[in-house]
Design a protein around this ligand. Sequence first.
Ligand SMILES: Cc1ncc(C[n+]2csc(CCOP(=O)(O)OP(=O)(O)O)c2C)c(N)n1
Ligand SMILES: [Mg+2]
Length: 341
Amino acid sequence: MDTRSVKTAPPRDLGRDELAAAVEWYGKMVLARRFEEEAEREFRRGKIGGYLHVYSGQEAVAAGFLSAIRPEDIFFTAYRDHAHALFRGAAPGAVMAELFGKATGLAKGKGGSMHLFDVARGFYGGYGIVGGHIPLATGAAFALRYQQADRICLCFLGDGAMNSGSFHEPANLAGLWGKQGLCPIVYIVENNQYAMGTPVDRSSAVTNLASRFSMYAIENERADGMDFIEVRRLAGRAVRRARETGRPYAVELLTYRFAGHGAADLFQPYRTKEEIAQARQRDPITLLEDRLRAAGALSDDEVKRARADAERVVTDAVRFAEESPPPEPDELFKDVYGAER
Ligand SMILES: Cc1ncc(C[n+]2csc(CCOP(=O)(O)OP(=O)(O)O)c2C)c(N)n1
Ligand SMILES: [Mg+2]
């Protein structure tokens, strides 16, 4: 199943608060998209070392969920993480500086694109090992409830990550702990149809990924991940439920990445240009723009202003990253285990 076969829900009336939030998040999504375009450009200019995976096309997923949690809640994701950091309020300059490997970066220039961290804002990373963060997020959710905190944890993961062993053990524990109300986590499977060049039906025996959570007594649902407003509504319900019951919940959101897997995936031999063009017809930013225009909440001028603001913020972020110093050599021995001298 792909996003083309999912119908967008018929427009329902948007409440005043919902509309205001959607306008605000539209601006954030425009910024994230512009940020990613620039990151790809800076990679090609040789300014960004290591690896780079951009989020373009998937914005409604992180935006929908991160707009539905509280400041004290926490979340984990994999390596496609720039938008998650920006949506949560990290300074774009600090995110770009991290990509550039600079001391002013979100992880002091020592993590790079795949390892963004912003613990003060509840963002616990940014992981390059596929599936590696799922046990951590599940343990963190348990810890929150064990400490009797009224906080929940989100765990974003890819369709490919669900086939790693490090998915199954924590999923089992989450189901088990959930029976005692001790695991307030929402797993958000970002099904962008591919794990690098491998489509879901060539890597997963069961292609309804949401249903696989049932094996571990985790209730689940599957939905369109391109429509911000619907994702946000769903997120509101899922998050409230996890908070109230302490039980895990799983959502599979059907989405699509518009760019290559990573910056080195230039030719994308595993998919056709036509497939990409068709997916782009349901660009989450355009869909939201259309919905807001139809509701009379967004004018041409406001769209222009959102784009101009994003341009300015990203230009400033690049300048900040370029002008920042690299980390000092003795930073090598800080924030790591077993490096006492
Ligand atoms: C343990 C491990 N195995 C293999 C890789 C190489 N690898 C990097 S990304 C990726 C695909 C993951 O796909 P998915 O979870 O769907 O995430 P997406 O890139 O689509 O966001 C693989 C196999 C890795 N980083 N870690
Ligand atoms: Mg994927």
